[in-house]
Structure formats: C-alpha cells, structure tokens
Design a binder for this molecule. Structure first.
Ligand code: GLN
Length: 188
C-alpha cells in the first residue's frame, strides 16, 4: 500500500510520520508526475487552503486529483485539507477539489479561539486528543456525508464513502487512531 501526502505547503511531514507508525508506505506529492505513480490513497494536510488551492491549479494537480477521488481514490483531509475537499465554503463562491457533500466554514472559531486542544468522542474510535489550529468547522453536512464527531456542538469530523475529513489535526497529537481508522476502513 502506498499513500500519497500532498506536500506543497503545510503540515505534511507529521502525516507521513503517523502513517509510517502504522507501517504504511508514503510518498510526497509535489508535481504532476508524482500522482502518475501507483497510489492507494491521498492525504491533504493542514496549511492555508487558499495557497494550496492556487498551487494545485498552477501545478495542474487540481483536476486530476478531483477525478481520482471521484473515481474512488480514498482521501483524508485535515483542517485546510477539509476545506479543499468541501463542496461548499461558507460565504465564499470558491470551492477547490469539492468532492465532499459538506459546507466548510473557514477560521470558524475566530482569532482568539482558533487554536486549542481538547479531547472528545469520535464515532467508531472513542475519545481521542484533538488539536485545532485556526480551524474550520463543518457548517453542515449534506445527505451523502455522515458526521463522526462534534465538539461543543460544532461538527469537526465527517466521512463520505472513502473520504474522511477532520477540522482538527490528529497528526499533531500523540494518537494515530484517526489515521488507523482511515487506513482500516477506507483504504484496505
Ligand atoms: N485557516 C486555514 C485555512 O483557512 C486552515 C488552518 C489549518 O489548516 N491549520 O485554510
């Protein structure tokens, strides 16, 4: 199994570390030829969604990645990665990859509360640590998506077939449970 981690910007090394701790082979996606190799899943890290969206377009990665996910490539997006996968962005005309039936709200906790740590329930896993950094939350999920976690009444994780998103950064915690969930339920 080979998992591609989008490595244009943001917290991609931490994802690689988590995946490797589960015995999963990873490679970095920086240009078009990287996605032309054999890839069993893709991880979209945190960072800045506007910057990553622009780079994805400039490098001609946006359309092929969208098609691959539509055709069933498992995808895991954290934080900015969640925003990239969202079909809609709240109060914004823009969307990026847009394959997941959710509306993301950027910087949703305001400047002060944007970054915090907590632990809460995640459906199918139990209580896990969660690190939020200038995080979005999921404003709403459509019919095709399922809520996996809420924190203080806000939706912070969801899935849709082989797509998984979290508003928090599991890769910055000491638990690899969400990565394990992704690999076991969506990739294997
Ligand atoms: N605020 C960022 C955005 O809107 C997301 C932050 C993150 O990925 N840690 O893209």
């Amino acid at each position: 199994m080979r998992v591609g981690v989008l490595a244009l910007q943001g917290a991609f090394i931490e994802h690689e570390r988590m995946l490797k701790s589960l015995g999963t082979e990873t490679f970095e996606i920086r240009q078009k030829k990287d996605i032309e190799t054999n890839m069993d899943a893709i991880v979209l890290p945190g960072g800045e969604s506007t910057v990553m969206g622009k780079l994805l377009n400039d490098l001609e990665l946006m359309n092929p990645i969208r098609e691959m996910i539509k055709n069933g490539l498992p995808a895991f997006g954290t934080c900015a990665g969640l925003i990239l996968l969202a079909e809609k962005i709240y109060e914004d005309k823009l969307s990026h990859i847009g394959t997941m039936n959710i509306t993301a709200r950027r910087n949703a906790y305001g400047r002060q509360l944007g970054s915090f740590e907590t632990s809460d329930e995640f459906k199918g896993i139990g209580k896990i640590p969660m690190t939020f950094i200038r995080a979005p939350y999921i404003e709403s999920v459509g019919e095709k998506a399922e809520i996996l976690s809420t924190v203080n009444g806000k939706i912070v994780a969801a899935k849709q077939n082989k797509q998984l998103v979290t508003a928090f950064h599991p890769e910055l915690t000491n638990s690899n449970a969400v990565h394990k969930y992704f690999i076991e339920n969506m990739v294997k």
